[in-house]
Design a protein. Structure first.
Length: 216
């Protein structure tokens, strides 16, 4: 950048003239140089630093709870949906809490390089689901739908992944806003199937008496 001299001295480089009456004289200022593309990129990354997305993480066998606790200890927002099932132990029969998606849970984070590494360093965690381009986020509506049915009193169960069929949205009742696929098991009963596309897993919940509409 060129130098600046006071008074009527020659000013080298680009310049812009500003009037400053309070100082009783005119001051010369050098114009700001254009921001280079790398600087723009850094500023954009800084602006989006609080943009949180959902990601699905794969754990070692039966390590869902351990990984959840360790992620939480790092102040990483983790979500481990569970369902109530009967224990398979022969000596006593009771209901227990089991991971809804065996071997998987979710994190809600801005996956910057630091957070990405902290997640991968968690003992018991295998990987973050994605493709050749890196981790892929799970749509908010899929997580929100699972959270909503988990907070209700209806029975929730794991279900084979479904991709084909009519997509629907619940428009009334406690599950209002949930989106998924409609399965008619019997004429008098209906089930809402909510799929996590990236995970290739689904959950089902009875929606008998709920109002639904097609998602266009």
């Amino acid at each position: 950048m060129g130098s600046v001299r006071s008074g009527d001295d020659h000013i080298e480089g680009p310049e812009e003239l500003f009037d400053c009456p309070s100082l009783g004289k005119r001051l010369n200022f050098i114009k700001f140089l254009p921001i280079h593309s790398e600087e723009k990129k850094d500023r954009m990354n800084s602006t989006n630093s609080n943009h949180l997305l959902w990601y699905c993480v794969h754990t070692r066998s039966r390590h869902e709870d351990v990984v959840y606790q360790r992620l939480s200890a790092k102040n990483i927002h983790a979500f481990l949906p569970k369902m109530e099932v009967w224990s398979t132990r022969k000596d006593r029969r009771k209901k227990i809490q089991k991971a809804l998606f065996s071997g998987y849970l979710f994190v809600h984070e801005n996956l910057n390089p630091h957070t990405h590494l902290e997640i991968l360093k968690t003992p018991g965690l295998a990987k973050i689901l994605g493709n050749e381009n890196g981790p892929q986020p799970v749509p908010d509506i899929q997580i929100e739908s699972i959270q909503k049915i988990m907070s209700g009193k209806n029975a929730v169960s794991a279900f084979p992944y479904l991709k084909e069929g009519q997509r629907i949205r619940v428009v009334d009742g406690p599950l209002k806003g949930c989106e998924g696929f409609l399965l008619k098991k019997q004429a008098e009963k209906e089930k809402l199937i909510i799929s996590v596309d990236l995970l290739k897993r689904s959950v089902s919940i009875e929606i008998e008496g709920a109002s639904i509409e097609a998602v266009i």
